[in-house]
Design a protein around this ligand. Structure first.
Ligand SMILES: *Cc1c(COP(=O)(O)O)cnc(C)c1O
Length: 379
């Protein structure tokens, strides 16, 4: 079955007791048993809930995976993955990934004896060079947030396999519509379903997808034991959201291209970071591993002062100033003070994320209106 069909039908079977075509919201904590431990597959909603099962089946289908697991947030999904490790283990991670992932790694997990090595993963030889006998995991984000750096997933998977380390890819920015890391050799895909999967900025959720049965068992055990599970109402909302992922993504990509080209041609814009430009660093790899280039981009003004950036951030009328991304509405954001405030300034600048960088999540409005809005704000 092709993706566009799977997105709509995976996990969703008519309710056997009523015929309802939509998966009911099973707002229940427990399930009546006919005898001790004799039940219909559900005993307590932390371990399993039918609305969540439907969504987890859909998650698996989206990434061509055998298994899917839903978490109460993207960072809860990331946290569950790190719980696969033990003190002394090393993780190689990208140096410009999502600020909340960096915070979880460096401020929480580093205290438990897990070592994180942050490198520029866009050059896979840097990854090979960072491998030691203790390397147990490689954590990739591609495209990265917010500089849209691209790392070759297939090449990294080969390095991980040789090192007997797990390759985990945060696929939030691309969405499964544009990129499927498991097909390229990754072991686990992670999503902040808060973003494109949910798609409507109305829910916080995380997802993990994997093929390996024993990996699924370990992660399911962590999910059930540490309990960061989403409620049935949120599962219903994301299940509804994923059904339009393909048509939303088509428009995000179309609008993304139009806005990126407009910005690139604007005399007051110095640089646009968008992986669909043929002259961008990651273009060749992006072409190889992604189906299109999406609606995420960042840019810097020719006037590099923070004040000039703030004027643009405050100046848009349709594009809202807010954290997050991947919803139907366009958002503008200042990584230095918003999404990446938890990354130390020195580290941020070293990784190329300037104080004046502006990030855009281009939504599915009319592109002409978005361009007019940016024209007005940039002046
Ligand atoms: C938002 C985001 C996360 C964290 O997900 P939450 O749902 O906010 O917990 C992780 N990675 C990326 C790339 C994100 O954009």
């Amino acid at each position: 079955m092709k993706l566009n069909t799977k997105i709509i039908h995976a996990g969703v079977d008519p309710d056997p007791s009523t015929g309802a075509i939509m998966t009911p919201i099973f707002q229940t904590s427990t399930y009546v048993q006919t005898g001790p431990n004799e039940h219909k597959g559900y005993d307590y909603s932390r371990a399993g809930n039918p609305t969540r099962t439907a969504l987890e089946t859909a998650f698996a289908a989206l990434e061509n995976a055998k298994h899917g697991l839903a978490f109460s947030s993207g960072v809860a999904a990331t946290d569950a993955v790190i719980r696969l490790l033990k003190p002394g283990d090393e993780v190689i991670a990208a140096n410009d990934m999502y600020g909340g992932t960096y915070r979880l790694f460096s401020k929480l997990w580093a205290d438990f004896g897990i070592k994180f090595i942050y490198i520029d993963t866009t050059k896979t030889e840097h990854i090979s060079a960072a491998i030691t006998g203790q390397t147990k995991m490689i954590w990739l984000e591609t495209p990265t947030n917010p500089l849209m750096n691209i790392t070759d997933i297939e090449a990294t998977a080969a390095i991980a396999k040789k090192a007997k380390a797990l390759l985990v890819v945060d696929n939030t920015f691309a969405s499964p519509y544009l990129q499927n890391p498991l097909d390229l050799g990754a072991d686990i895909v992670m999503h902040s379903a808060t973003k494109y999967l949910g798609g409507h900025s109305d829910v916080i959720m995380g997802a993990l997808m994997m093929n390996d049965d024993s990996l699924r068992e370990k992660l399911f055990f962590i999910q059930k034991s540490s309990g960061a599970v989403p409620g049935p109402m949120d599962c219903f909302l994301v299940l509804r959201g994923v059904k339009t992922l393909h048509i939303r993504m088509q428009r995000h990509c179309e609008n993304g291209r139009k806005v990126a080209e407009f910005l690139a041609g604007h005399p007051k814009v110095k640089k646009v970071y968008w992986c669909g430009f043929e002259n961008s660093n990651g273009y060749a790899v992006a072409r190889k591993q992604m189906r299109d280039f999406g609606g995420m981009m960042s840019f810097e003004l020719a006037d590099e002062s923070v004040d000039a950036a703030i004027k643009v951030l405050k100046g848009t009328r349709i594009i809202a100033l807010a954290e997050s991304l991947g919803g139907v509405e366009s958002l503008i954001n200042h990584p230095a003070t918003m999404t990446h405030a938890s990354v130390p300034r020195e580290e941020r600048i070293k990784n190329g994320l300037s104080d004046s960088l502006i990030r855009l999540s281009i939504g599915i409005e009319d592109a002409d209106d978005l361009i007019d809005d940016l024209k007005l704000a940039i002046g």
